[in-house]
Design a protein around this ligand. Structure first.
Ligand code: PMP
Ligand code: GLU
Length: 397
């Protein structure tokens, strides 16, 4: 059978592929330490599960409005107002099957063939493929350490062309954990006022920040750009609900309407029961997420401290999200009994196969010199993973 040409431009999600491998190895009985999967390790809170059970019992088992049930849209509106001082109407909101789906719909709604989307690198693995699937051209903009690990507005200005359609911001960033500071956002807003640009801001990790670091938002700093700003968020990370598949978009009404039309012709609506669970999540107090952040903070410090004591590895302390992003450059060129390590992908493969430690290589995030380690597991698993990593690196020659 001949597949569509667009399939040749598509790579399956490497994060999902690797975490599936890790989960399969664990299911086979292998004593695996999994630092690969980008999700909270703990279960969804009981009151959220109960809301789903209640929704089932109450017969919420039919199609819902395409863009989401009104109560959930209202809870999303209330959350934006409470957390960010942003004001939306129901017509400005679309609930989808995860933030990834919201991003997919945004790309499908916004991009014509050849439209360029600027993606600061390192970036979350799915952005370039989502852009390419919509016929767009991802323009990768390397981030230099000089600007505190986030986008340099001068580099952004130099990358703008008449074909530039959108810019994707992700703060805190997957994989680096970096938060984009307010002055950088101000400079980006200044550029966006002169160059017609849609700014897609992926805020999925904005509640997962440490040391009370502020996480400024372009939408709040530049309300005059509301017609050009599309916010993506969801419940996956904040409420340990990755499997429920609920994310949402908020922004210009015409873009939301276009995304809703695509959703109406594809998934119809996100799962009714999951929407009721997301409603309970957004209506709940801050306790669950506060406890999650405390757990992650301890792991973050333990893991990053340990990484910096392993020769050949350096790692900054991430300000948000739940990933460590160590630089492993000095380890490239070393050997192990089965071969030589040329890239982070080689190192990750060696760690998985020979030390049963699952990590994600930096290559699909835009850097063959880094590894990504998720620090969501229980504290003792973090310690076990560190021991394995230390032994593995020590044995390299
Ligand atoms: N954006 C980023 C940066 C992510 O890391 C993820 C991870 N899943 C998503 C979006 C998508 O989240 P979900 O589809 O589970 O809402
Ligand atoms: N976003 C998470 C990650 O980066 C989950 C997997 C995915 O959707 O990519 O690992």
């Amino acid at each position: 059978m001949t597949l569509a040409a667009r399939i040749a431009r598509l790579a399956p999600s490497p994060t999902l592929t690797l975490s599936a491998t890790a989960k399969a190895m664990a299911a086979e009985g292998i004593d695996l330490v999994d630092f690969s999967t980008g999700e909270p390790a703990g279960d969804t809170p009981d009151h959220i599960k109960q809301a789903a059970i209640d929704a089932l019992a109450a017969g919420h088992t039919k199609y819902t409005p395409v863009a989401g049930i009104p109560e959930l849209k209202q809870a999303i509106i209330d959350t934006f107002a409470r957390d960010q001082g942003l004001h939306f109407d129901p017509a400005d909101i679309l609930v989808s099957c995860g933030a990834k789906h919201s991003l997919y719909l945004a790309a499908q709604a916004l991009l014509d063939p050849g439209d360029q989307v600027i993606i600061p690198s390192p970036y979350w693995v799915s952005y370039p493929d989502i852009v390419r699937l919509a016929g767009g051209a991802p323009i990768i903009l390397p981030i230099t350490a000089a600007n505190g690990g986030t986008l340099d507005p001068d580099h952004l200005a130099a990358a703008l062309t008449p074909r530039t359609k959108a810019l994707i911001l992700n703060s805190p960033c997957n994989p680096t954990g970096a938060i984009i500071p307010a002055d950088t956002l101000d400079a980006i807003a200044h550029l966006a006022r002169r160059h017609p640009l849609t700014i897609i801001t992926d805020d999925i990790y904005r509640r997962l920040v440490y040391d009370h670091t502020p996480c400024p938002s372009l939408a709040t700093l530049a309300p005059d750009l509301a017609d050009h700003t599309l916010i993506i968020n969801g419940v996956s990370k904040t409420y340990a609900m990755t499997g429920w598949r609920i994310g949402y978009a908020a922004g210009p009404r015409d873009v939301i309407a276009a995304m809703t039309a695509i959703q109406s012709q594809s998934t119809s609506n996100p799962t009714s029961i999951a929407q009721h669970a997301a409603l309970a999540a957004l209506r709940s107090g801050p306790e669950f997420t506060a406890a999650l952040v405390r757990h992650l903070d301890t792991n973050r410090r333990t893991l990053v401290h340990a990484l910096n004591t392993i020769p050949g590895i350096t790692c900054p302390l991430p300000a948000g999200a739940f990933y460590a992003w160590p630089d492993i450059t000095p380890l490239l060129g070393t050997t192990h009994p089965r071969g030589r390590i040329h890239t982070a992908a080689d190192l990750a493969a060696h760690l998985l196969r020979d030390h049963h430690l699952a990590t994600i290589p930096g290559d699909p995030f835009g850097s063959p010199h880094h590894l990504r380690l998720t620090y969501t597991p229980a504290h003792d698993i973090i310690d076990k993973g560190i021991t394995r990593l230390r032994q593995a690196i020590k044995a390299l020659t």
